[in-house]
Design a protein. Structure first.
Length: 526
């Protein structure tokens, strides 16, 4: 393996799963580990082998993957007070996980030693020394996590330094200073690391939580101050406000600070890494996340879009393709004709003064007055463009649909739907029973279409959002519906607007299916 300057340590599968709503199955964990390995993350923390059967099984199964680049780590605490490390169940479970590296976590805030584990400061040092040297003698690489390091250091720097020295002398390969409560500011952390320079210690690492919104900044300043190992999670997932976000730390270290990382040659996969893990966690990642977010390279105002087409470097901090993301020029009232020209370029070269550009600009304005918004629904605008260009082929012709909701005093309401349509010249009926009308409509439509278009089986609705446009009109208010559909590889968004929520949803649904049909199935027609 080529030598990197800074080791990147991923704890998505351990600390990341402490985040609200983050759950991975064993299969998800293995797939993420494989992705991280291909991306060349240096270390992957798999979890605490004694925590559950799923955690223990992970270590058994991950061995079979024969990862090429990353070292899998098990995670657990130092031995309990008063017994030798060799007889401690936790310590032996860490060894039985048979990982090349082990993360041992120890107390480093004096108040936690005396008040939480209820032992004295000297015994805590002995627990650290004994645990590390025992596992070293078993041939493991030891990453020692100093829990609450920065808070402990602020109150009792001498004791913190003794812990660092003790772990170092016991043979730890890396000393990771953790800001467990997440309250340390970047300049404080960097100042403390600088004060440690007089000590002769094993290499230093850092682990920050984002409670002050500065976890990434603290990680970067720590590297400047001398840390050579950085821990974090994909998309910044983690307890409370999350952990330091590796999807931001990695490009900052590699592309802005020019540090050599093992994953430096894989930067173009970074956006995929973020989205792959989000898919596994079944979470829609923050759209405005730096670097990898869906909107990270979006441009709205018409003038911006104009400059972008001439000199993108004047409007962007980085070429989005370097990290595998892409620029989007948003459609809006503000957008100039050059945006329309750019959107149309998919179908040919059109001049700003051409009739079609004029027609689409007018149409966009009219639709926006009615409440449509295409910034987050580009697939619907694509359908409009195709229609204007006569490059649109509808998937089907609707004849009619019926939806009926049933409820009794004691049962939950259910909706029954029937739908008749004509596809490929043949009449079809679709039927479904669902929880609500939109769900039922979607299911009936799929039921009717799948016999003629089996590709629809692979498409799924993954997000549905409703916004009331004029709440002052109460129940007569117009609603705007956005939906997101996916084929598991691509996702696209569509919009519908109506006083009737079912009608608005219907518009968005058929746009979504027609968009896919025209762009992915009939693509030769472009
Ligand atoms: Zn943590």
């Amino acid at each position: 393996m080529n030598k990197s300057e800074i080791a990147v340590f991923d704890t998505t599968l351990r600390d990341g799963t402490q985040g609200t709503g983050i759950n991975f199955t064993l299969k998800d964990k293995l797939e993420i580990a494989e992705f991280l390995d291909n991306f060349r993350i240096d270390y992957i923390e798999g979890g605490f082998p004694l925590a559950s059967e799923k955690e223990a099984a992970f270590f058994q199964e991950v061995k079979k993957l024969n990862l090429k680049n990353s070292k899998i780590c098990s995670f657990g605490s130092t031995r309990r007070p008063g017994i030798p490390a060799s007889q401690d169940t936790n310590i032996n479970a860490l060894l039985q996980a048979e990982t090349p590296a082990v993360v041992v976590v120890g107390k480093s805030w004096d108040a936690h030693v005396t008040q939480v584990i209820g032992t004295d400061l000297e015994e805590n040092l002995e627990m650290i020394r004994d645990s590390i040297s025992y596992m070293k003698s078993e041939g493991r690489e030891i990453i020692f996590d100093l829990e609450h390091f920065f808070d402990g250091y602020k109150g009792n720097p001498e004791y913190s330094k003794r812990i660092l020295t003790c772990a170092s002398e016991a043979g730890a390969d890396c000393l990771v200073m953790c800001d467990t409560n997440g309250g340390t500011l970047p300049q404080e952390a960097a100042g403390i690391i600088t004060e440690l320079k007089t000590l002769s210690l094993a290499p230093l690492g850092v682990h920050f939580h984002n409670d002050t919104g500065t976890a990434v900044a603290a990680s970067l300043l720590s590297v400047d101050a001398g840390a050579v190992h950085v821990q974090g999670t994909v998309n910044g997932w983690g307890e409370r406000s999350g952990n330091a976000n590796l999807c931001v730390i990695i490009p900052n270290l590699s592309l802005k600070m020019q540090k050599k990382l093992s994953c430096s040659n894989n930067m173009t996969e970074l956006t995929k890494l973020s989205r792959f893990c989000a898919e596994k966690a079944n979470i829609i990642p923050e759209k405005n996340q730096p670097y990898v977010g869906e909107t990270a390279f979006n441009h709205k105002a018409g003038q911006h879009a104009d400059v972008i087409s001439k000199a993108p470097e004047l409007m962007e901090h980085l070429d989005s393709s370097l990290i595998g993301n892409s620029r989007k020029i948003l459609l809006s009232e503000l957008a100039g004709k050059s945006t329309i020209v750019r959107k149309l370029s998919k179908y040919g070269e059109y001049d700003k003064r051409s009739e079609i550009v004029d027609e689409l600009t007018q149409r966009l304005k009219q639709k926006e007055i009615e409440g449509y918004e295409y910034e987050a629904a580009e697939a619907s605008f694509d359908v409009i463009m195709r229609k204007a260009l006569n490059k649109f082929q509808p998937l089907f012709e609707l004849q009619n649909y019926h939806l009926e909701s049933h409820k009794t005093m004691t049962s939950k309401s259910k909706t029954v739907g029937r739908l008749f349509l004509k596809a490929k010249g043949i009449e079809h009926m679709g039927a479904a029973v669902g929880e609500g009308p939109v769900d039922t409509l979607n299911a009936s439509l799929r039921d009717a279409l799948i016999p003629s278009f089996p590709f629809l089986k692979e498409l799924h609705l993954i997000d549905y959002r409703v916004r009331v446009l004029n709440p002052e009109d109460a129940t007569a208010a117009r609603v705007r519906v956005f939906i997101t559909y996916t084929d598991n590889e691509n996702s696209w968004d569509t919009v519908g607007v109506s006083e009737n929520i079912i009608e608005a949803s219907w518009e968005a649904l058929i746009d979504a299916l027609n968009y896919y049909y025209n762009n992915f199935i009939l693509k030769d027609q472009k």
